[in-house]
Design a protein around this ligand. Structure first.
Ligand SMILES: O=C(O)CCC(=O)C(=O)O
Ligand SMILES: [Fe+2]
Length: 249
C-alpha cells in the first residue's frame, strides 16, 4: 500500500516504509529546493542548450541537443510533431554535476552508494532529469538493477500506477501477450481484473519513493520536469553486488 505524508517528521519512515518496502509520497518535499525555483526550460536552454541528450518515443531512442529538444516540444504544436510525446531523459551528472548543488538527497533515506566501497562515480549512472510534454510517460517497468528510486517533481503533474512485487508473475505473463502493456488504457486494464494496482497523483514539489521491484507506469498530465535518482540500502545491496559479480564472470 502506498503511503502519503504531508510531514516526513511525523512518521516512522524506517519501520513503516523502508523495512516494509512500501512506496511513499512526500507532499511538497522538493518545493524548498533551489532546483524547484531555478530549473525551467529557459534555464536549461541557456546553460546547457548545446549538450547532447537522449530522448525516447515509442521505445526508440534518439540523440539530440537539449536546445533542439526544448524547441521541439515548445515551439511545434503537439498535433504537428512527428513524435508528439518525445520524452527526455538526461544523465546530467556527467557534464553538469554542478546541478547537484541545487538539491539534497532526501535526508530520511539511507543510500549506500555513498559508501567508500563504491566508486565515487556510481551515483552519476543512476541520476536523471526527465522532461516531457503532456501525454508522455514511462512504460510499465521495475527500476534498473533492482535499485530503489526517488523522484522529485519540479514542474507539472504526473500520474502513477503502482503494483507490488507480489504482482510480478501476473505482469510478466501479461507482458508476453502485450509487450507494451498500457495500464492507463481502460480497455487493457479491464482485461486484467486480478491485478492489484494503486494510482497516485504526484503534484509539483512532491517527492515519491519507489522501492525496489515495485512495478510502475507513469503519465505526464502536462509538461513536467522531474529529477530522479536510484540507490541501494541494506535491503537490496547484496542483490545489487551479486548482479555485477555475475556480469563479470
Ligand atoms: O517520470 C517518469 O516518467 C519515470 C520515472 C520513473 O520511472 C522513475 O523515477 O523510476
Ligand atoms: Fe522507474
Amino acid at each position: 500500500m502506498i503511503g502519503i505524508t504531508e510531514d516526513i517528521e511525523k512518521i516512522d519512515y524506517i519501520s513503516e516504509f523502508e523495512d516494509m518496502n512500501r512506496p511513499l509520497l512526500v507532499k511538497n518535499y522538493a518545493s524548498k529546493w533551489e532546483a524547484f525555483k531555478k530549473w525551467n526550460l529557459d534555464f536549461f536552454k541557456k546553460q546547457y542548450g548545446e549538450y547532447t541528450v537522449d530522448a525516447s518515443y515509442n521505445n526508440q531512442f534518439y540523440e539530440l541537443s537539449l536546445k533542439e529538444y526544448i524547441s521541439y516540444i515548445t515551439e511545434i504544436p503537439a498535433d504537428q510533431r512527428a513524435m508528439p510525446e518525445l520524452y527526455l531523459n538526461w544523465k546530467f551528472q556527467y557534464e553538469a554535476s554542478e546541478l547537484s548543488n541545487d538539491y539534497n538527497e532526501p535526508h530520511f533515506i539511507t543510500n549506500l552508494f555513498n559508501q567508500k566501497f563504491f566508486s565515487s562515480k556510481i551515483q552519476k549512472q543512476y541520476s536523471w532529469i526527465y522532461v516531457g510534454p503532456k501525454g508522455s510517460g514511462s512504460p510499465l517497468h521495475i527500476d534498473i538493477d533492482n535499485t530503489h528510486g526517488w523522484n522529485a517533481l519540479l514542474s507539472g503533474e504526473k500520474e502513477w500506477i503502482f503494483l507490488s512485487p507480489d504482482e510480478s508473475e501476473k505482469i510478466i505473463e501479461a507482458k508476453k501477450r502485450f509487450p507494451n502493456l498500457d495500464l492507463f488504457d481502460e480497455t487493457i486494464l479491464s482485461m486484467f481484473p486480478k491485478f492489484n494496482y494503486e494510482r497516485v497523483v504526484q503534484e509539483e514539489g512532491d517527492l515519491l519513493i519507489i522501492p525496489s521491484c515495485w512495478w510502475h507506469q507513469v503519465i505526464n498530465n502536462d509538461l513536467t520536469i522531474a529529477l530522479t535518482e536510484n540507490y541501494v540500502n541494506k535491503h537490496n545491496i547484496l542483490d545489487f553486488i551479486e548482479r555485477f559479480e555475475l556480469e563479470k564472470i
